[in-house]
Design a protein around this ligand. Structure first.
Ligand SMILES: Nc1ncnc2c1ncn2[C@@H]1O[C@H](COP(=O)(O)OP(=O)(O)O)[C@@H](O)[C@H]1O
Ligand SMILES: CC(=O)OP(=O)(O)O
Ligand SMILES: [Mg+2]
Length: 407
């Protein structure tokens, strides 16, 4: 039997998203999500797509990522899609921080595990979860290749002028302080899909990609290569996010230490988990914020305005970096679903060739689409991301031939 299936694990700080795909038939066999890991009641939602099974939900405490992965393995086994299947070719893992070492999908061995571990201080919310995912998967299937696909990989083409901070070079180099960028798998996938939507080859187009999920980042992509991105040493820099501040004057930190008597750890938690939309108005979900704005809530309005102001600044900055822009692509939970965010982000930018068509923009759809009017010089596109598919494809390309070992 030829092994053509790939299981993809996207382990976040408190969630695991997963998909089982068959790369020969291009079929998605199962998808699911474990949320609120470590909280009183966690939720596992599993949807078997092969054979049209019904979605199943568990609401019980799942203490950690290892427990989450074992619960996922049990759900898959209940559908006859267990991890013991000889059809499984590999397990692909999203790993958020790959530093400078990893520019390509990589088969995990002890040295790779050690490097991902070494990078924990610069991705404290993400790399530990990614590591647990890999280690648990290794325990369940020690014979299978485990492939790490790094968020940072797509951004390694950034020129030094964009990747370096203007700080003392010796200090920066000693501590590997530079801009790495994240969400790269999504920026890469969406760049290709946007070029496709425009009927062009990726090498011909200049794009601004706006990945607006709970974490959010912008990137400037010239001819298929990233030339700048908004996240930096860690996924904290740049846009206003669900719970992260994005850009602040770095002196805010010394001020909070000296005058506010806060510790570095307290400030880390403040900026990563208690800031952004949730810090500004108490909600990090854009749906809830829009609902409150409709009811006349002032703090929700201000949070929205701060979010949009920052987004607009990055659109302008990347327009200048690129010189010519063919399209702006909105993606991820907010970018794909929140029409008011897209409308507000380009409002008043007609001089830059940017506008949305009210009617096109308000249509809900899972398809990639253009929402700017025909006359606009720059296309505004909504392009659903699919990090799991991209990880599966990269994983399969790397191990593909090994899949024939049982033939
Ligand atoms: N229908 C919607 N309208 C507006 N915002 C939405 C909608 N659906 C999801 N979102 C936003 O998308 C966010 C989640 O995005 P997602 O890309 O799934 O994030 P992550 O992968 O970081 O968990 C939610 O927090 C919410 O703000
Ligand atoms: C890197 C990052 O911010 O990821 P996420 O949006 O999944 O938190
Ligand atoms: Mg995401």
């Amino acid at each position: 039997m030829t092994a053509t299936r790939i299981l993809v694990l996207n382990s976040g700080s408190s969630s695991v998203k997963y998909q089982l795909l068959d790369m020969a038939t291009h079929e998605r066999l199962a998808v699911g999500l474990v949320e609120r890991i470590g909280e009183e009641t966690s939720r596992l939602k599993h949807t078997p797509l092969a054979g049209g099974g019904e979605a199943r939900e568990q609401n019980r405490r799942i203490a950690d990522h290892a427990g989450a992965l074992k619960a996922v393995a049990d759900e898959l086994a209940a559908d006859g899609l267990g991890l013991d299947s000889p059809e499984l070719a590999a397990i692909g893992h999203r790993v958020v921080h790959g530093g400078l070492k990893f520019t390509e999908p990589t088969i995990v061995d002890d040295a790779v595990l050690a490097e991902i571990e070494r990078l924990i201080p610069v991705a404290p919310l993400h790399n530990p979860a990614n590591l647990t995912g890999i280690r648990t998967a290794m325990e369940l299937r020690p014979d299978l290749p485990q492939v790490a696909v790094f968020d940072t990989a797509f951004h390694t083409t950034m020129p030094e002028s964009a990747a370096r901070y203007a700080i003392d070079v010796a200090t920066a180099d000693a501590h590997r302080v530079r801009r790495y960028g994240f969400h790269g798998t999504s920026h890469a996938y969406v760049s290709r899909k946007t070029a496709e939507l425009l009927g062009k080859d990726p090498s011909e187009v200049n794009l601004i990609v706006l990945h607006l999920g709970n974490g959010a980042s912008a990137s400037a992509v010239r001819g298929g290569e990233c030339v700048d991105t908004s996240m930096g040493l860690t996924p904290l820099e740049g846009l206003v996010m669900g719970t992260r501040s994005g850009d602040v004057d770095p002196a805010v930190i010394f001020h909070l230490m000296r005058v506010g008597k806060m510790s570095p750890d307290e400030i880390d938690i403040l900026l990563n988990q208690k800031s952004g939309l949730i810090g500004l108005c108490g909600d990090n979900d854009m749906r809830e914020i829009r609902r409150r704005i409709d009811e006349g809530d002032e703090s929700a309005r201000l949070a929205f305005d701060i979010y949009i102001h920052r987004l607009k600044k990055y659109i302008g900055a990347y327009y200048a970096v690129l010189g010519r822009v063919d399209a702006i692509a909105f993606t991820a939970g907010v970018g794909e679903n929140a029409a008011p965010v897209r409308e507000a982000a380009v409002a008043g930018l007609e001089e830059l060739g940017l506008a949305v068509d009210g009617e096109l923009n308000s249509v809900r759809s899972d398809e990639a689409r253009i929402v700017s009017p025909e006359y606009a010089r720059v296309a505004v596109a909504v392009v659903p991301t699919d990090e799991e598919l991209e990880i599966a494809q990269q994983t399969y390309a790397l191990v593909g031939d090994a899949g024939d070992r049982n033939a």
